[in-house]
Design a protein around this ligand. Structure first.
Ligand code: COA
Length: 254
């Protein structure tokens, strides 16, 4: 699987999204590879921290749109849901380094990370309404919890991009650095964490996440059911068709 690269060094597993020619958009096989990696990292005592990173020019363009069209109603056992549940329940520290566009799941996966470092070229967008669908990855819950309701509504209802500075201001990212330094900073922080007692890291994270987790998992499933249904409806068909045909969607009759 060249589209997802896995490296484990000195207690840090690094998952690199590496499908550059398609702007690091995720296929089902990539979700499976990431879920497998997280399962392995959770179970392997030699892995103490996981870093997720993309390239210097793009973090991820979100779900592969051709994949969406081929599997419009993926169901609750779909690879994407396995990945989301693995992210939400991952017991050890999870760090993301984000440079360039982070679209859809490229942004929503960050709500499940413990630390997020951004290149100053990072651009976050959750364009679900513009695609005729609804939020995923429990972002309908977590965006408002992290950013405040009105800012979350702006990001989710208007679906407009916001840049690294705005993400820092709302608390979605910890620090902004030049893109060439983002992956290195994430690695340096990961190594600091890897040197700490793993049992304390795991227990601290468990306690921090515990109150929200049942609701997060329930919302992931509820959103997925709505998303799957909406994928078959006219608004999504128009939006995704327009993307494939490289034209603007026309929602005037929907
Ligand atoms: N699924 C499938 N292919 C995608 C993709 C996606 N989500 N995002 C980009 N690509 C493909 C493009 O179709 C294009 O393929 P081609 O070279 O065969 O024509 C290639 O990646 C380059 O994309 P392009 O749009 O030309 O790059 P850009 O640098 O101008 O813009 C993005 C980058 C990420 C801003 C833009 O590609 C984008 O908005 N993508 C769609 C994101 C999206 O809506 N995702 C779904 C979220 S739920």
């Amino acid at each position: 699987m060249q589209d997802i690269l896995i490296d484990s060094t000195d207690g840090v597993m690094t998952i690199t999204i590496n499908r550059v020619e398609k702007k690091n958009s995720f296929t089902s096989a990539m979700y499976t590879a990431c879920a497998d990696a997280l399962d392995q990292a959770g179970a392997d005592a030699a892995v103490r921290v996981v870093v997720i990173q993309g390239g210097l020019a793009v973090f991820s363009a979100g779900n592969d749109i051709a994949d969406f069209l081929n599997t419009p109603t993926p169901g609750l056992s779909a690879p994407v849901l396995r990945f989301l549940r693995a992210l939400a329940t991952f017991p050890k520290p999870l760090i993301a380094a984000v440079c360039g566009p982070a679209v859809g799941i490229g942004t929503t996966m960050l709500f499940h990370c413990d630390l997020v470092y951004a290149g100053d070229n990072a651009a976050f967008v959750m364009p679900f309404v513009n695609l005729g669908v609804c939020p995923e990855a429990a972002s309908s819950l977590l965006a408002a919890q992290m950013m405040g309701y009105h800012r979350a509504a702006e990001a989710l209802l208007l679906g407009e991009p916001f840049m690294a500075e705005a993400a820092l201001e709302v608390g979605l990212v910890n620090r902004i650095v030049p893109p060439t330094e983002a992956n290195g900073l994430a690695q340096a922080q990961a190594r600091k964490l890897a040197a700490k007692p793993l049992s304390s890291l795991i227990e601290t994270k468990r306690l921090m996440k515990k109150a929200n987790l049942p609701q997060v998992l329930a919302v992931i499933d509820e959103e997925a059911q709505s998303f799957g249904r909406m994928m078959g409806e006219p608004a999504a068909r128009e939006a995704f068709g327009a993307f494939m045909e490289k034209r603007k969607p026309d929602f005037s009759k929907l």
